[in-house]
Write a new protein. Structure first.
Length: 283
């Protein structure tokens, strides 16, 4: 409690932060008002149109006919997102916190490809990453259920990270051992298993039940081992699912609101929260 109180004292409203900037923050970052919701809807439409433009431009027949139109649309979208990005920086108490936040980095990355195309043609296709910006738009229609479920999954993955790490290391060791064993069994009669790395590749493909079929054992013992690995794959799939599911069931479903902290631009606060859980500023 003392730490949170100290953070609240530090995260004060900056001098010169006018009511106009307060209102701008409410419209751009939040969806509690009619204007804020309409802003997010327009932003979503612009993002979808931008992605659609990049996709259509990759079709050569369209590109040859509508090259100028595609180019004009790209720069219209880029200018719009650039203005929006700087308005976000302008309307938060601590621009640095927003710039280096997850969504701040995503917003910046969606702008860079457009400007890099001036020097390196062809990079405009990277603008497809603008689709990541749609993650923040679940709040447009107050879809608390989606926000809540997303928060539960993220927190469950974080809670299970140690178990998942140990499980992943175990699988890596297992595929190395089984792949090496298959190499010893098949190397003299099967040219596909000509080295251990290729045999490990086959083991990974088999144990994950992908099974491309480009490499397969020909000896009876090799086929027997392959069958064991295939069955083992189904068991392996169930383990991480059980780990995460257990963490989800043990978690608490807390409702979230659409309020964004003016100081650090953090989202995903509990519905009853009055202070930001990251910087302690009053919401």
């Amino acid at each position: 409690m003392k730490d949170a109180f100290d953070r609240r004292k530090i995260a004060r409203k900056p001098v010169g932060f006018t009511p106009h900037r307060e209102r701008l923050h409410e419209v751009i970052f939040e969806a509690e008002t009619r204007e804020g919701k309409w802003f997010d809807i327009i932003l979503m439409i612009m993002i979808l149109l931008s992605i659609l433009t990049v996709m259509l431009e990759s079709i050569e027949s369209y590109y040859l006919v509508y090259f100028k139109l595609f180019l004009s649309l790209e720069w219209i979208f880029t200018i719009f997102f650039t203005i929006e990005y700087f308005l976000r920086i302008y309307s938060v108490y601590s621009p640095k916190r927003y710039i280096f936040s997850f969504f701040g980095i995503v917003d910046l990355l969606t702008l860079i490809p457009s400007y890099l195309t001036i020097f390196v043609p062809g990079l405009h296709t990277l603008m497809i990453i603008r689709g990541l910006r749609l993650l923040r738009l679940f709040r447009i229609f107050k879809l608390e259920a989606f926000i809540d479920q997303g928060n539960i999954i993220i927190s469950s993955l974080i809670e299970s990270r140690n178990k998942i790490l140990i499980f992943t290391m175990t699988i890596l060791i297992t595929v190395c051992i089984l792949g090496s064993a298959m190499y010893l069994i098949e190397k003299d009669v099967n040219p596909n298993f000509d080295n251990i790395p290729r045999s490990i590749y086959w083991c990974i493909v088999t144990i994950t039940t992908v099974g491309y079929g480009d490499i397969s054992p020909v000896t009876s013992f090799g086929q027997f081992l392959a069958a064991i690995i295939m069955l083992l794959g189904y068991v392996i799939i169930a383990i991480p699912t059980g780990i995460v599911t257990s963490a989800i069931l043990s978690g608490q479903n807390k409702m979230a609101n659409t309020i964004t902290c003016k100081n650090c631009a953090k989202e995903g606060h509990d519905a009853e929260a009055t202070f930001c859980y990251k910087c302690g500023y009053e919401l």
